[in-house]
Design a protein around this ligand. Structure first.
Ligand code: PMP
Length: 287
């Protein structure tokens, strides 16, 4: 069945939704995005995603397409129109269609941003069987640009990284720069040693994950120790546990890194506990 999607003020069947070939999102990857999870028909951490979207837009001198209240209303309308129970809402804002191709940014007075949202249904996504087995990762060099804190639609290298992982017979790749892990292709990366949770500190080297912020807050509230610093692949291979976080994977255990099996090769207690707490608390505050 066809989805109802949102494009620049209109709710349309997906087959009828179009964006110009001159759109700067298409020509220049001049756009930013957010992915908000939906569990039980409710939005998880919408406020966090709205704040990060505003920051991404601001860093790129891009206009906001509408207010946060309007964005929330669109998200909710899409959930309703598509009977979405569990899944995601993808949102993209681009610098719009200036009617021609030019490197210089168009005048925002005459070129309005493009706003697109659509739903992706994933029934039972919180009960992913992968969370029971854990995932395997390889490491690859991080050759992305230097503003990874801005959530742009420039996802070619992360996409290539996923393909390298697939080719190697594993689930994902961790990106390594100057000998230290930055993050996963589409998630933040963590290790656990002697009960202490270690993850890279925020900077322009990584995306400031909305799930990361929530998980670290819950970990601290649960009296777990958190250390924000870079770590190497060798350190990760010697860790007791590892995991990743993202809006769509929540907390996902990692059981193998570049062929080295962590612990007994099954999800560790810290990752399992954090996944439980995250899902429980997020459902409570979902809107
Ligand atoms: N890092 C990168 C590179 C990502 O693409 C994502 C997911 N979009 C994340 C981290 C996790 O961020 P979030 O928890 O907000 O989904």
């Amino acid at each position: 069945m066809s989805r109802t999607v949102y494009v620049n003020g209109a709710y349309l069947p997906e087959e009828e939704a179009t964006v110009s070939i001159f759109d700067r999102g298409f020509l220049m990857a001049d756009g930013v995005y957010e992915v908000t999870s939906v569990l039980g028909g409710k939005l998880i951490d919408f406020a966090g995603h709205a704040v990060r979207l505003a920051r991404s837009l601001n860093e790129l001198d891009m206009q906001a397409p509408c207010t946060n209240d309007e964005l929330l209303a669109i998200h909710r309308e899409l959930v309703t129109r598509n009977d979405l129970i569990d899944g995601m809402i993808y949102l993209q804002v681009t610098r719009g269609n200036p009617g021609d191709r030019d490197f210089a940014f168009p005048d925002p007075a005459t070129t309005k941003p493009t706003l697109v949202l659509f739903t992706q249904s994933k029934p039972g996504m919180a009960d992913s069987p992968l969370a029971q087995t854990g995932i395997k990762v390889i490491s690859i060099e991080d050759i992305r640009w230097g503003r990874r804190d801005i959530k742009t639609v420039q996802l070619l290298y992360p996409s290539m990284g996923k393909m390298m992982a697939k080719k190697a017979g594993v689930d994902d790749a961790w990106l390594v720069e100057d000998g230290h892990v930055t993050e996963g292709t589409s998630n933040n990366a963590y290790i656990v040693k002697n009960g202490r949770i270690i993850t890279r500190q925020l900077s322009s080297d990584i995306l400031h994950g909305i799930t990361r912020a929530a998980v670290l807050r819950f970990a601290t509230e649960a009296q777990m120790e958190v250390e924000e610093r870079p770590f190497t692949i060798a350190e990760a291979q010697e860790a007791d546990e590892a995991f990743i976080t993202s809006a769509s994977a929540f907390v996902m255990p990692v059981v193998e890194i570049d062929g080295a099996v962590l612990g007994n090769g099954t999800p560790g207690p810290v990752a399992k506990r954090l996944r439980e707490i995250y899902l429980e608390e997020s459902r409570k505050t979902a809107i």
